[in-house]
Design a protein around this ligand. Structure first.
Ligand code: OOG
Ligand code: NI
Length: 454
């Protein structure tokens, strides 16, 4: 057998495609959504042929085609630590810390994703991964019961544990091992219609918080949605009902702009699925849903602060559940956020990639950094937005809530506890801003190096 190891990017690409196949079979509406997104993107690109810079067209289109994120909810620290090792096999690292307790959801989260530019282009597959915070459940009997159930389950197959260890020892997996890894790893994410608990226990958990029931009652952390990336989320939101899919009322995140920033998202409601409980009682559980997203410019800390400030102000005075009105209201509030590339760049609100125009030569005797602005103005240096690869806690809370239903949640609103999360994870999470800054700096260094050669 060929023991040569293959690239982690290939394993991630295989895994994300296998996951998408599995989810299409489990949740047929997701297949429909993929179709709508594909058609909308094709249509958008034919009307806006300059969406991607010419020299990036090929790789950007490939990326768009395979791009999606998923989400899971874990129950224990040790599940999270093993999940980190599992994702590491595919070149995915934990980026960012998200506190959702402030929004009444008793979890904190990170996003596992590839971090280098090259890996992102091959397949930017990400998984938003939440850890249940049992300490935020105020009923001590229920808390203990949940803890016992979670401690007794093993969400990983013995073989996937072996393959994770093998990948660490060999510093990678062979082609055949990678295929086996993908099918073994996938088992952790699949749906189980037979619960781990009795119907009464399920109802007790549900009564407390739907999310707690979802995490504790099952054999594994079923993938709860997969999200394709669209170039025109307003259009997808508009046409979803024609395909029998009812979207949530409003699109989360920033309003429609000339230069899209961060992330806009919408979802459709969870399916109600038949469950068999340990006492042979039958019941229903709603957990799995669909979502789409549109991604834009990654913001600097200054840009993000402005975004957060405008979002807070806009949300406080937003009274509408109607998407058109909501968008109008947000567009008004966001008028204060510059909406052309040059202003965003000059005011250091976002991260950009700098490249030499195809075939252009820079004057050899010039101090390029000092003349950057004028070279951009002359069209010799091209500036393109670096895309935001992460998530937004307020939007995530909106997505959680729209799928958990509007029942009362008996959870004390906690506070962020990043260090507890990192202790559970077994490492620190990566600061997302540093990744964007690095991509920007690399593109500038390359530009300067090219000009030195010419
Ligand atoms: C995760 C919700 C967050 C997003 O896109 O913001 C998320 C969940 O419901 O488990 O996926
Ligand atoms: Ni999502």
């Amino acid at each position: 057998m060929d023991k040569q190891t293959i690239s982690q990017d290939i394993i991630r690409d295989r895994f994300s495609k296998a996951m998408s196949q599995m989810y299409q079979q489990e949740v047929p509406q997701y297949g429909t959504l993929l179709q709508i997104v594909k058609e909308t993107n094709t249509d958008y690109l034919s009307k806006h042929p300059d969406t991607f810079a010419e020299h990036q067209q090929g790789s950007e289109l490939n990326r768009l085609d395979v791009e999606r994120h998923g989400a899971i909810r874990l129950g224990t620290a040790s599940e999270l630590a093993t999940m980190k090792d599992l994702f590491a096999v595919m070149g995915m690292s934990p980026v960012g810390y998200y506190d959702l307790s402030a929004a009444g959801v008793p979890v904190h989260s990170t996003a596992f994703r590839p971090i280098t530019e090259q890996a992102l282009l091959i397949n930017p597959f990400r998984v938003f991964t939440s850890l249940l915070r049992l300490e935020l459940i105020d009923n001590s009997d229920l808390r203990e019961k949940a803890r016992k159930i979670l401690e007794a389950r093993d969400i990983f197959s013995p073989r996937v544990r072996e393959l994770i260890a093998l990948s660490e020892q060999q510093n990678g997996l062979s082609d055949g091992q990678a295929d086996e890894f993908v099918s073994e790893a996938l088992k952790t994410f699949r749906w189980h219609s037979d619960a781990l608990v009795s119907l009464d226990s399920y109802n007790a958990l549900l009564e407390h918080h739907r999310l707690i029931a979802d995490v504790v009652s099952f054999k594994g952390p079923h993938i709860n949605h997969l999200t394709p990336r669209t170039l025109d989320i307003d259009q997808v939101q508009r046409i979803m009902p024609q395909f029998g899919i009812t979207p949530k009322e409003v699109i989360e995140g920033p309003p429609l702009r000339h230069v899209p920033i961060l992330l806009r998202q919408t979802s459709f409601k969870a399916l109600s699925e038949r469950i068999t409980f340990t006492d042979s009682e039958e019941g229903k559980h709603t957990a799995r849903f669909g979502e789409i997203e549109q991604r834009g410019l990654a913001l600097t800390p200054e840009g993000r602060a402005l975004y957060d400030q405008l979002l807070l102000r806009a949300s406080a005075s937003d009274t509408s559940n109607n998407n058109d009105q909501h968008q109008q209201h947000f567009a008004h509030a966001f008028a204060a956020f510059p909406d052309d590339i040059e202003s965003l760049r000059q005011q250091k609100l976002g991260y950009f990639r700098y490249t030499l125009k195809n075939g252009a030569k820079l004057p050899a005797d010039q101090n390029i950094p000092a003349h950057l602005d004028s070279l951009i103005k002359q069209g010799l240096v091209l500036v393109t937005p670096i895309i935001y690869e992460d998530f937004l806690p307020v939007s995530a809370a909106g997505i959680f809530q729209s799928n958990l239903g509007s029942e009362k949640n008996h959870v004390s609103s906690g506070n962020p506890n990043r260090s507890a999360f990192e202790t559970a994870l077994g490492r620190e999470v990566i600061d997302e801003f540093s990744l964007y800054a690095e991509i920007e700096a690399t593109s500038l260094n390359q530009l300067f190096a090219e000009s030195a050669q010419s």
